[in-house]
Design a protein around this ligand. Sequence first.
Ligand SMILES: C[S@@+](CC[C@H](N)C(=O)[O-])C[C@H]1O[C@@H](n2cnc3c(N)ncnc32)[C@H](O)[C@@H]1O
Length: 375
Amino acid sequence: MEKEKYIAKTLKGLEEPLKEELAEIGIEKCRVTNRAIEFHATKEQLYQANYLCRTAINILKPLFQFKARNEQELYEKVKEFEWEKLFDLDKTFAISHSVRSEIFTHSQYISLKTKDAIVDRFREKFNARPSVDPKQPDVKFNLFIRGEKCSLLLDTSGDALFKRGYRTETNMAPLNEVMAAGLISLSGWDRNSTLIDPMCGSGTICIEAGMMLCNIPAGYYRTSFGFFNMADFDLDLWKKVRNEAKDKIELSKGITIHGSDLAMKSIRISQKNLGNVPDLKRIVRFKGEDALEISAPKKTGTLIVNPPYGERIYKDEVAILYQRLGEHLEEEFSGYTLGILSSNKEALDLIHLNKIRTVDLMNGSIECDYRIYKV
Ligand SMILES: C[S@@+](CC[C@H](N)C(=O)[O-])C[C@H]1O[C@@H](n2cnc3c(N)ncnc32)[C@H](O)[C@@H]1O
């Protein structure tokens, strides 16, 4: 089977969980870089990676690299590439860019020149051109420029993979689905015991845990992927990948995932999101409760929590909340593994539990500690 090179992007700190997920689909040889993993894969593995990996943001395929010293050179080089072999005229496309260069200072203009080159190539060959759709393109490309080195990459995922398709409502400061899956994975949860989020917000951690527990593919509720729109899309192979993954879904494991929150609005939002994942209705449960009063439903399990960081409420209140949370968890959750994500390191320091690991993560643009404890 022919293999091609791909780059899976992730969030800072989630490289290891992503590496493990790729290994599960047989992709062993990887190069881990900052927020990304480079690997070689067959087309089947590419489809699997897009469908199954919970900690990938998107999967890019490097198309070609070249050097350009001015806009015209860039235009000519881009036009030389056989775009017509990659996608058809009736597909729309868009280009996003990341430009750091002293030569190319107007990144919008560079992006425009690249689009012109692709369009002109089609027009010269077929006397017709594909349309550009910046909002909902069928085919997405990334233009990456550092100095005079230019790379073009195809986004095989299309919409970012954290857009699972189930979260239609969010509350204040919701976690990215990829981050939620990463927190669960980093906690070492065995997928065979209960998992609790006592400050569940819009329910992301619980729904991700439920999907993991039942082996529901990360992309199960999505209706499309970028690779659907490629000229070499193999529908039979995609159906095989999808059906094989569906066969592994196991809904009756007898384990419950518990989400709770002090705010009833959060519970309503969580329940609404859960409604979009009908398979989990009997597996994930949400209820309104103060985290400082919850009791452990089983003797062992995992508790993951993303408490308020203190930007919205007073610092002292947050400090007290963290301290009491630590005390309560120590009393009630002996035997549990805990994972606490926060940017408020001083408040985290007030939790005096047996810490086994800290992972540096970025929650959006906020630097966070993810501290894992064994009670
Ligand atoms: C940062 S948000 C959690 C976001 C969530 N991880 C998500 O993905 O949507 C913090 C949540 O803690 C809840 N909260 C604050 N104090 C609480 C308490 N004492 N008990 C339970 N929930 C609390 C808030 O209502 C809020 O929903």
